[in-house]
Design a protein. Structure first.
Length: 120
C-alpha cells in the first residue's frame, strides 16, 4: 500500500539532503587540504630544524585537519537532524581557515549564502 507524502515532508527531506551535501563538501575540502599539506610536508627541503616555523605551521595544520576529520567521522555514525547540520556548517564557516587558498574562501562564502537562502 502506497502512502501519501505531504509536500512539506518532501521539502524537509530535500532540505536535509542539501545540508548533508554541503556537509560532505566540507569534509571533502578538509581531506583535500590535508592531502595538500601532507604533500608539502613530504616535499619540504631537508634538513629540517626544530625551529623551522614554516614547517611547524604545516605540521600543526595537518594535525588540526586530522582532528577535525576524526570528529567528522565520529559524527557520521550518528543520526543527525537538520539543526545539527546547520550548526556544524555554521561552526565551519566561523572557524579559522584550514588553508590559505581561494578554494576554501569560496566554499565558506558559498556555504554562508546557501544557509542564508535556506533560512537557517
Amino acid at each position: 500500500m502506497r502512502t501519501a507524502t505531504s509536500p512539506r515532508a518532501i521539502d524537509r527531506e530535500e532540505e536535509l539532503a542539501a545540508l548533508k551535501s554541503l556537509w560532505k563538501e566540507i569534509r571533502d575540502d578538509l581531506k583535500r587540504n590535508k592531502q595538500a599539506i601532507g604533500e608539502e610536508i613530504r616535499n619540504y627541503p631537508t634538513p629540517i630544524t626544530r625551529c623551522d616555523a614554516q614547517f611547524n605551521h604545516l605540521y600543526e595544520g595537518q594535525a588540526r585537519l586530522a582532528r577535525e576529520l576524526d570528529r567528522i567521522a565520529a559524527l557520521a555514525e550518528k543520526s543527525l537532524k537538520r539543526g545539527d547540520y546547520v550548526e556544524l556548517i555554521e561552526r565551519f564557516i566561523a572557524s579559522a581557515p584550514y588553508a590559505d587558498d581561494a578554494t576554501e574562501q569560496r566554499l565558506r562564502s558559498r556555504l554562508k549564502s546557501e544557509l542564508s537562502a535556506a533560512g537557517k
